[in-house]
Design a protein around this ligand. Structure first.
Ligand code: GPP
Ligand code: MG
Length: 293
């Protein structure tokens, strides 16, 4: 694939949503799960992410040119709609194509998976482009990402259908918000310069990061219920989630200096990629019947 399309689709950034999706897959899969469903689910996930990032590039064409390359998977000033390597018309056609493919491949998996992919496609759209463009609405930006993370988790679970636990599902969007909030603060200067009213620009970085303590406490409450009412798999995940959330809350609040939070992108992308790979491998082992719980 030509590098301009890689810069348009930003596959490295997909890791952010691959995490909830693959954790869901790892927990939900059983030795009875149809391998074809697994393949089509991951294909659908890739088309969904492609759709989100193409419409995001279209919506952000006029602001991405201000980016200085910091704290992201790429320097957005080099995205192909800014450089003119891809036309708006070509990007629009591609968005229709990947949107349709995300739904067609989701249809093969199961009805719930299909409904969730449709939901996250809609979230990706309303997040990035007018009239809603939630990425520029205080709270709207966090809500969209939290809901998308939660829905991606349930979609992953639904592939195999095991471990559909209400409280674990409730915890997923809270965890999504906890992971997203520091990234909206690292974008603060860039978004302010671009005139975008994100949660960090509207409330200020300090206040937004303080909410991480509240969200972590909320998550702790939910995961305590999971811990005392669920099986070993969910118990372990509940503990890991709380530890990770508290670490994120502490580190980002400590690292904030005069409204600036600088976290190198690898501090997010590398752990996310490692955890996603671990859960995908765990899922494959369960599928093969090599792990029986
Ligand atoms: C980029 O948003 C993020 C996405 C396109 C994924 C959102 C998908 C959802 C389903 C909510 P951004 O424009 O805020 O960040 P960047 O500056 O990295 O493009
Ligand atoms: Mg963008």
């Amino acid at each position: 694939m030509n590098t301009k399309y890689i810069r348009l689709l930003r596959p490295k950034a997909w890791i952010t949503f691959l995490l909830p999706f693959s954790v869901g897959f790892g927990l939900g899969v059983t030795s009875d799960t149809n391998l074809l469903h697994v393949v089509f689910a991951f294909v659908s996930f890739s088309f969904w992410m492609s759709f989100c990032f193409v419409v995001n590039a279209i919506g952000d064409k006029d602001v991405d040119k201000f980016h200085n390359g910091r704290s992201k998977d790429m320097n957005l000033a080099h995205q192909p709609l800014v450089t003119g390597e891809v036309t708006g018309k070509a990007a629009f056609s591609l968005s229709i194509m990947v949107f349709s493919c995300s739904l067609l491949s989701a249809w093969v998996v199961n009805p719930l998976f299909f409904a969730l992919i449709l939901f996250v496609d809609i979230l990706g759209y309303i997040y990035s482009v007018p009239p809603t463009r939630c990425k520029t609405k205080p709270v709207g930006d966090i809500l969209c990402n939290a809901l998308a993370a939660g829905a991606a988790f349930v979609a992953g679970l639904s592939i195999g259908g095991a471990n559909m636990n209400f409280f674990m599902i409730l915890g997923a969007p809270i965890m999504g918000a906890i992971c997203y909030v520091p990234t909206v603060v690292t974008d603060y200067e860039f978004d302010k310069k671009a005139g975008l009213k994100t949660s960090a620009v509207f409330f200020g970085p300090k206040k937004v990061l303080r909410t991480l303590y509240l969200l972590s406490a909320l998550l702790m409450g939910v995961e305590l219920i999971v811990f005392f009412t669920s099986n070993l798999e969910l118990k372990v995940l509940a503990v890991l989630m709380v530890v990770y959330a508290v670490a994120i809350a502490l580190v980002s609040n400590i690292k904030l200096r005069e409204e600036r939070l600088y976290i190198h992108e690898n501090w997010i992308l590398v752990p996310f990629a490692l955890i996603s790979s671990a859960f995908m491998m765990y899922g494959v082992l369960k599928l093969l019947g090599w792990v029986i719980l």
